[in-house]
Ligand binder design. Structure first.
Ligand code: URA
Length: 220
């Protein structure tokens, strides 16, 4: 559904960060992103959660946005979804210490529910406003494989109409990287209705990640 904020004219985000196209280091980009106000999400977030991992990583995983734990820690995928991702990576034979992990949106979007902060999905204009950081990360890291975790990342990097449920696990031609693949977001597995569904969803997720592991092996 189109949200009112999607319809508001927004300044081109890149105009606020002209130095980005020249930036030669991830540290420079990370420092610039720490002050990002390209959309309003910074107002309620603790901090920008920039990507993390090896500078020479062959694989970049792109999630949706930091959650509650990530917002507080300032690191991506350190909460429950991150633990599930770690488990699935290990089962697929991928060492998290060798990859780079980031998000399509770098501030936590949430609404209050009593004392809790409940995750809210970023809208199209927030995803678009944040894309300059993701593109800068890709430009500097030049990963061989980009893995979109869930619809938000896939819609940011592949197409707004991309359907992860239909196209998961397929290699998709892209100018961004030699190999691009989309799979589900680990949070969707945490939300499975029962143990049986969770086990099956995890099996499918690991199968997708094994395809990524296969691509990495062929590169070595
Ligand atoms: N979900 C995401 O998409 N990213 C994180 O960093 C944590 C949870």
């Amino acid at each position: 559904m189109t949200e009112a904020s999607d319809l508001e004219p927004k300044p081109e985000p890149g105009h606020r960060y002209p130095e980005l196209s020249e930036a030669k280091s991830l540290t420079a980009i990370r420092e610039a992103a720490a002050h990002c106000q390209a959309c309003d999400l910074w107002k309620n977030a603790t901090q920008t959660v920039f990507g993390e991992g090896r500078r020479d990583a062959k694989v970049m995983f792109v999630g949706e946005q930091p959650g509650d734990k990530e917002d507080l820690a300032g690191k991506p995928f350190v909460g429950p979804a991150g633990q599930l991702l770690d488990e699935a990576l290990a089962a697929a034979g991928i060492d998290r210490a060798t990859v780079y992990v980031t998000n399509a949106v770098k501030h936590f979007k949430w609404r209050p529910a009593g004392k809790r902060r409940l995750h809210e999905k970023p809208n199209r204009s927030e995803i678009a406003a944040c894309k300059l950081w993701l593109e800068a990360e890709i430009r500097l890291l030049r990963p061989q494989v980009v893995v979109c975790l869930g619809a938000t990342a896939a819609q940011a990097l592949i197409s707004p109409t991309f359907r992860v449920t239909k196209e998961r696990g397929k290699l998709i031609p892209s100018a961004l990287a030699p190999h691009l693949i989309a799979t589900v977001h680990p949070s969707s597995i945490l939300r499975a209705p029962d143990d049986e569904a969770r086990t099956e969803e995890m099996r499918l997720f690991v199968a997708d990640l094994k395809k990524v592991a296969g691509v990495i092996r062929r590169l070595e």
